[in-house]
Ligand binder design. Structure first.
Ligand code: MN
Length: 246
């Protein structure tokens, strides 16, 4: 009799566990309908930017650093289901409204890291395919910075003097080109979070975290910046300028 009671109890417990499992499965199924953020493929081979940016740096930068930002973003979104259906741009736009400070920091760092790197790969190209700035972009650069050389000098200075980790940017803001710089994985789309930076539409960005250049250039950030100009995807930058002006 006792034995039978035990059996029934065990069966009941198992059924309970099954029901709980089924509930978890259905929660997982509804979460799975919302696409998790994914690491985009590089638009070129890891060694395609040699000798300016080396293959090993690209492998680690994309396959480890960028992948970690994507994983960190998805992990943070596990804790905030209401934000899971948003695009990355929408997510960055609502960051100031995220009340939980530690969650906001995770979304800012990993969401920013994902956005910045996805953008960075798109604005790079092997030097043979790097193109040239469009006539309209060249004209706008000349009117704002005097010449393309004047722009390169000012942009390079912004990238070189960013203390520690961060990014230099060319943005379109209020119809004008501007150079700005952000710390960490912040970017010029983060309204209300980056008081020292100009906000606007990013057209070109340069990652000056040491992980972007240390294997080949060690402490010589200016050498990395000088080499990077050889692999800027000017067709992409010109296209983004055209779209941002429209
Ligand atoms: Mn990076």
């Amino acid at each position: 009799m006792n034995h039978l009671t035990d059996m029934n109890r065990r069966q009941f417990v198992q059924l309970g566990a099954f029901a709980a499992g089924a509930a978890m499965l259905s929660a997982d199924a509804s979460a799975a309908e919302l696409p998790a953020h994914a690491l985009p493929a590089l638009p070129f081979a890891c060694d395609a930017l040699e000798p300016h940016i080396d293959a090993r740096t690209m492998e680690i930068h994309h396959g480890k650093h960028h992948a970690a930002y994507v994983a960190g973003l998805n992990a943070a979104l596990e804790k905030s289901p209401d934000l899971r259906g948003k695009t990355l741009d929408e997510l960055l736009a609502v960051l100031p409204a995220v009340a939980d400070e530690s969650l906001r920091a995770l979304l800012r760092n990993h969401g920013g890291g994902h956005w910045n790197h996805a953008f960075f790969w798109q604005t790079l190209a092997p030097s043979a395919r790097s193109g040239a700035p469009s006539e309209k972009l060249t004209a706008a650069v000349s009117s704002e910075f005097g010449s393309m050389d004047g722009f390169r000098k000012a942009f390079g200075e912004a990238a070189a003097k960013r203390f520690g980790s961060g990014w230099a940017w060319l943005i379109l803001a209020g119809g004008r080109l501007k150079i700005t710089s952000t710390p960490n994985q912040d970017n010029p789309l983060m309204k209300g979070l980056v008081p020292d930076a100009d906000l606007g539409v990013p057209l070109l960005g340069l990652d000056v975290w040491e992980h972007a250049y240390y294997l080949r250039y060690q402490n010589r950030r200016p050498d990395y910046i000088a080499a990077w100009w050889n692999v800027v995807n000017w067709d992409e930058v010109s296209k983004r300028f055209q779209e941002a002006r429209a």
